[in-house]
Design a protein around this ligand. Structure first.
Ligand SMILES: [Zn+2]
Length: 274
């Protein structure tokens, strides 16, 4: 069986409350042996860790940029303490999800932006202190994230749901990062992203679903369908093999080659997965 690692699945999200075990079972049946579950806020640290252990998955601890407006300053101390007390937990593989979001208007007022920057830089420092890679949220923020990575030493990681330029991709790779590709590349109109996924060295790529978000095209409900009452399709890790198939076709290689390479790349980016 062809095996995959989903490097980004928010399996703790409320969208999965009704059928979490079935979702995980479907993924396993499809060959997705490991999911990386990134936390998004300090109040989720325990549940993300418990879930990773219950499902034989792995996890990351961090405060997501979308949650920085309501985050209290002591959450950085909570993260530091959690990274320390779970340092010997082999299922703790990274600090994440951290980063900067340049897209959501409420996060880009001067005050909110300053807080995003403060949390990003502080969490980069914590990742280095605890010698863990980082899982980065990149949305209209690649250059500023790269600046942070040049100012603060890092041990590498993953730029998740990457959708930047070739130059930005190469800059992340030069800093020891892998780039996460998922459902977004399944859309015919995603020309720039598809070109990137085709032209980058395969050694730079890891696979992800970002479940429950970023549905691949076969799950996507159009604005018209949503207006007619159809819910947006929920993405889940079981979709990963089909996403890998799209990448294989774009690159003109087999899905096994994609699976083998991206698993090895993931272990390079997240060495605790070895
Ligand atoms: Zn995420």
């Amino acid at each position: 069986m062809t095996c995959f690692i989903d490097t980004h699945a928010h399996l703790d999200a409320a969208e999965f409350n009704a059928d979490r075990a079935a979702v995980r079972q479907r993924a396993r049946a499809a060959g997705v042996l490991t999911c990386v579950i990134p936390a998004v806020r300090a109040t989720h640290f325990d549940s993300v860790r418990d879930l990773a252990h219950a499902q034989q998955d792995v996890y990351a601890l961090g405060i997501h940029p979308l949650y920085t407006p309501q985050a209290r300053d002591d959450e950085l101390a909570l993260l530091d303490a959690a990274l320390l007390s779970h340092h010997h937990d082999p299922r703790l593989v990274a600090v994440g999800e951290i980063g900067l979001d340049g897209f959501v208007p409420e996060l880009n007022t001067p005050e909110a932006w300053a807080k995003q920057q403060l949390f990003y830089k502080a969490q980069l420092k914590l990742a280095y202190k605890h010698q863990l890679p980082v899982i980065l949220h990149v949305r209209r923020s690649a250059d500023l994230l790269l600046k942070g990575l040049r100012d603060t030493p890092v041990v590498g990681g993953i730029a998740h749901a990457f959708n930047g330029s070739l130059q930005q991709a190469q800059a992340f790779i030069a800093l020891g990062f892998k780039l996460g590709f998922g459902g977004a590349l399944t859309y015919d109109r995603a020309l720039q992203l598809r070109r990137l996924a085709t032209e980058l060295p395969l050694s730079a790529i890891v696979l992800e679903t970002d479940a429950p978000d970023i549905p691949p095209h076969w799950l996507y409900a159009t604005a018209q369908q949503r207006a007619a009452g159809q819910a947006q399709g929920r993405n889940e890790p079981a979709e990963l093999p089909r996403i890998a198939q799209v990448l294989a076709e774009l690159r003109g290689i087999t899905v096994d080659e994609v699976a083998n390479a991206t698993r090895a790349n993931t272990r390079e980016a997240l060495p605790r997965l070895q």
